[in-house]
Design a protein around this ligand. Structure first.
Ligand SMILES: Nc1ncnc2c1ncn2[C@@H]1O[C@H](COP(=O)(O)OP(=O)(O)OP(=O)(O)O)[C@@H](O)[C@H]1O
Ligand SMILES: O=C(O)c1ccc[n+]([C@@H]2O[C@H](COP(=O)([O-])O)[C@@H](O)[C@H]2O)c1
Length: 200
């Protein structure tokens, strides 16, 4: 069995995330994708939207897809342990007979060498990387000594269609009076409006 772990702040979850997860699951024959919202206590990024709202939006978005699950593992993790290295160790123990993959977009490839325990993380895990924003994934890998040393750990996927929806675009639209309807699931859109999640 193959399992994909899809980590993000999901602030908010978008149709870009959902399409990516579904396409990866379909083309790479994954039994399931576990959506993993990151903790707002993360040191490397300031996430001002409460964990509660991000998790509720995620639950609404994945409802009805039997391949999609979520985990609040990182939201509940102790200070200093909400890094992808620990997360992957946890999920490999949880599914000892499965092949566990980390799913990400191409923009994260160039960042991974700076992540916590990066060499151990890359050496001991496999990653499915979805094309994004015309980033040349082969060039990024060849340009990093760490990435090219463990090149076989990365499965690179082309999109076949343009889908560059981003959470920050949606947040900006809400915050500055625009209307990002249809870039995210309707239930999430309505939740954001009802709870004024991105109103400043
Ligand atoms: N449209 C998309 N196509 C491919 N990958 C995506 C897409 N949207 C998000 N991702 C990937 O999902 C993961 C989580 O991304 P994240 O939630 O930071 O999305 P984002 O839209 O880039 O957020 P923000 O705009 O707040 O930076 C990353 O690996 C990112 O590359
Ligand atoms: O482990 C790390 O050091 C690390 C540093 C930056 C990002 N990540 C993970 O990468 C995923 C996407 O992050 P982001 O910044 O796009 O929200 C998410 O699961 C984060 O936990 C992980």
């Amino acid at each position: 069995m193959k399992v994909g772990i899809y980590g993000s702040s999901f602030n908010p979850i978008t149709n870009g995330h959902l399409w990516t997860a579904n396409t990866v699951a379909d083309r790479q024959k994954l039994a399931k994708v576990i959506f993993l919202p990151s903790s707002s206590k993360r040191m490397d990024k300031s996430i001002t939207t409460q964990d509660f709202h991000r998790l509720e939006m995620l639950k609404l978005a994945i409802a009805g897809n039997e391949k999609f699950e979520y985990s609040d593992y990182e939201m509940k993790a102790n200070v200093g342990t909400y890094y992808t290295y620990y997360t992957m160790e946890y999920f490999k123990k949880l599914y000892p007979s499965a092949e566990v993959f980390f799913i990400m977009g191409a923009d994260l490839l160039k960042e991974i060498p700076d992540w916590k325990y990066s060499e151990e993380l890359i050496k001991n895990n496999r990653f499915i990387v979805m094309e994004r924003n015309d980033i040349n994934m082969y060039r990024v890998i060849a340009g990093s000594v760490l990435l090219r040393r463990y090149e076989q750990q990365f499965i690179l996927m082309g999109k076949g269609i343009v889908n560059e929806i981003s959470s920050s675009y949606i947040r900006e639209e809400f915050e500055f009076g625009g209307d990002p309807r249809y870039l995210l699931p309707e239930a999430v859109y309505q939740y954001i409006r009802e709870n004024q999640v991105y109103t400043i």
